[in-house]
Design a protein around this ligand. Structure first.
Ligand code: SF4
Length: 414
């Protein structure tokens, strides 16, 4: 194993093609996957322990390569960073941990903390150091609209800061819609926003999965707020989450959202829960029904079929700036409710010290490695769930790819 990895690294040092690093990432990823499966079958597996030691050595292989190359090319830091690291194009801002709802599948811990202005502005400056040309500020929570004043400050600051920078910056708001108003929608339209509207379908499904802690029926208010979006020319889409126990309602819920006026829709399967064969088949069957429907109704877009969604989703660890100024891989935040004590293991930097966001870049291998190192060790059940979510995501990705291909083939025939 070591010889193979050193061979790829040396080959990159002598002729630095980015694809060699992708290849290395895939190689390390497949070893890690093997190790996790070995541990699932036999927690004391010697081979797994050997692979674990080996992977620990190469976890930071991009840093390792950078350090070796900088010695040979002093003064070329920026070019080397651009070549070696994958530039993050988005920073997720957790404006608050507060939320009016307690969705069944939400793993973000709820408390009243919110981000202070200094942290927020430094986060924007940090994002602007990215080597990617198109950047995105994502407002997330908790419910970010509970901190609308802060959100407006962020937009104002970004617009000023990017004047000195040639990057294009867009904004993404993930919201439950309860605090949405016409004035807010007008503001979002002026400032290049896209809105992810979290809604699970008709009233019964919504109120049972996205519960209000005081039992308030917020459904009518939320749908009437949705009308502001519908009337605007703002890009938006619905985002719905299904658990194994309600995935059989997926297609029905999808139709109810279409009937409520949504034309772009995204569906997520819940992460951090085990999907057995029956539930996975149901997810696939319901998804096929959605795709058939979308094929017959050209005005409806199923976002999962676009390149915006990358499977397996459990490995998409976005860089997330938390209220406390810590920069985390998203997985740490999204599973915080279950493993608050583990969150620090996903901390990659702090806004006080981070200077260059490119150096915080991550990859499928690193995300999987972190998940396995943190949760896999605490609980065998969690190891099982992580491996399960990766397998489910890969199969789901293949289904979507196949359907995309089928769609474009039939369009050509038409
Ligand atoms: S999923 Fe969103 S709306 Fe639901 S509890 Fe979590 S933060 Fe609140």
């Amino acid at each position: 194993m070591e010889k193979a990895v050193e061979f790829i690294i040396n080959s990159y040092l002598s002729s630095p093609y980015k694809r060699k690093l992708d290849y290395l990432d895939n190689f390390l990823f497949s070893l890690l996957f093997r190790k996790e499966n070995l541990l699932l079958r036999n927690p004391g597996s010697k081979s797994a322990k050997e692979i674990e030691g080996f992977l620990g050595k190469y976890y930071d292989y991009r840093d390792m390569i950078y350090k070796r190359m900088i010695k040979l090319n002093p003064g070329r830091e920026n070019k080397l960073i651009e070549d070696i690291y994958l530039p993050p194009d988005r920073l997720v801002f957790l404006l608050t941990h507060n939320c009016q709802l307690r969705c069944k599948y939400c793993r973000v811990r709820k408390f009243t903390a919110s981000m202070d202005r200094d942290v927020l502005f430094k986060g924007i400056d940090l994002l602007l150091t990215s080597n990617a040309d198109e950047l995105q500020v994502q407002f997330f929570g908790g419910e970010p609209l509970l901190k609308y004043g802060l959100l407006k400050k962020a937009v104002e600051y970004t617009n000023k800061a990017r004047l000195n920078n040639k990057k294009s910056v867009s904004f993404l708001l993930t919201s439950n819609g309860i605090e949405l108003t016409k004035e807010k929608v007008d503001f979002f339209r002026k400032h290049n926003f896209t809105v992810e509207f979290s809604i699970d379908g008709e009233i019964k499904n919504q109120l049972s999965s996205r519960k209000s802690p005081n039992g308030i029926n917020y459904y009518a208010k939320m749908l009437s707020n949705f009308n502001y979006l519908k009337k605007s020319r703002l890009p938006y889409y619905s985002i719905s989450v299904f658990m194994p126990e309600n995935v059989s309602n997926m297609f029905e819920s999808f139709l109810s959202l279409v009937n409520s006026g949504f034309e772009r829709l995204q569906i997520n399967y819940a992460l951090g829960v085990f999907w057995d064969k029956k539930a996975s088949h149901m997810l696939f069957n319901q998804t096929r029904k959605v795709i058939d429907f979308v094929r017959k109704n050209k005005n409806i877009e199923f976002i999962n079929l676009s390149s915006m969604r990358k499977e397996p989703v459990v490995l998409n660890a976005e860089l997330t700036l938390d209220c406390d100024g810590g920069i985390y891989l998203e997985s740490g935040i999204c599973l915080e409710e279950d493993f608050a004590a583990m969150k620090d293991k996903f901390k990659v930097s702090s806004i006080k010290t981070a200077k260059n966001i490119n150096l915080l870049s991550t990859s499928d291998f690193r995300n999987f490695y972190n998940l396995s190192r943190v949760y896999g060790r605490v609980s065998p059940l969690f190891r099982k769930i992580i491996v399960n979510n990766i397998k489910l995501g890969s199969e789901y990705g293949k289904l979507l790819e196949y359907e995309q291909g089928r769609g474009s083939r039939s369009e050509k025939e038409d």
